[in-house]
Design a protein around this ligand. Structure first.
Ligand SMILES: [Ca+2]
Ligand SMILES: [Ca+2]
Length: 230
């Protein structure tokens, strides 16, 4: 009998994915961990239809920033699914970042579905140290829906995206960024805004997740294995 129980546990455990935070945005009320720290124009945030929706109306420039009050420990990752619902013209943006304070020290992945002029479906990764920014990576075109991740490993921040083709996380093509947090806590931020032409815009977000570090380690090992095989 004991033997049967032991085998059952062994079979189940490796398939279980454990999360410190897992928000599916399904119950229609925004979890109090999400604090709106900046809001202007007609920008809004709602939890509706199973998604957290960030956006704003036309005719006025708007900005909205959310801070997740739970800190990101030394070895954790955060990920989220994004889906651009509406952005018909120049130009709106959304991004997710890990910072001590918004745009002070940390990393930010930003997506722009439409841009004025030549660029289209642009992604940029910005790193900041003590308020000084660098655009270290940009690329286009980029999918209008997908999954992004930022891994924190001590001071190192690694941005990744989920590849359906590879069925795994893939590093963006930049060097890992060493953020000196001066022993300050790090937080997850999300930001969305529009400018200039002021179209209506909305992005739907889902499955905000902070996996247990042990799970994260397995995922990271999987990523290493993939890179070695190339
Ligand atoms: Ca909720
Ligand atoms: Ca959902």
């Amino acid at each position: 009998m004991l033997g049967v129980i032991a085998i059952t546990l062994l079979t189940i455990t490796p398939k279980t994915m454990a999360f410190i935070i897992a928000d599916d945005f399904n119950d229609g009320s925004i979890h109090p961990s999400w604090q709106v720290t900046e809001q202007s124009g007609s920008s809004y945030v709602t939890e509706e239809g199973g998604y957290l929706r960030l956006g704003g109306g036309s005719g006025v420039t708007g900005r909205i920033t959310l801070q997740h009050t739970a800190t990101v420990d030394m070895e954790e990752s955060v990920w989220i699914d994004y889906d651009w619902i509406q952005c018909t013209d120049h130009k709106a943006r959304w991004g997710i970042g890990v910072f001590d304070q918004w745009l002070n020290t940390g990393m930010y992945i930003s997506l722009v579905p439409n841009n004025f002029g030549a660029s289209e479906h642009w992604v940029g990764i910005f790193t900041y140290q003590d308020g000084v920014s660098n655009a270290v990576y940009s690329a286009e075109p980029w999918p209008l829906e997908g999954r992004l991740q930022i891994i924190r490993d001590d001071s190192q921040l690694v941005p990744q995206y989920w590849s359906n083709d590879q069925n795994d996380w893939v590093n963006f093509d930049i060097d890992p960024f060493n953020a000196d947090f001066n022993n300050n806590d790090a937080y997850v931020f999300m930001h969305s805004s529009n400018s200039d032409y002021n179209p209506e815009w909305e992005i739907a977000l889902d499955n905000f997740s902070v996996p247990e570090p042990a799970t994260m380690g397995l995922l990271a090992l999987g990523g290493l294995f993939l890179r070695k095989r190339k």
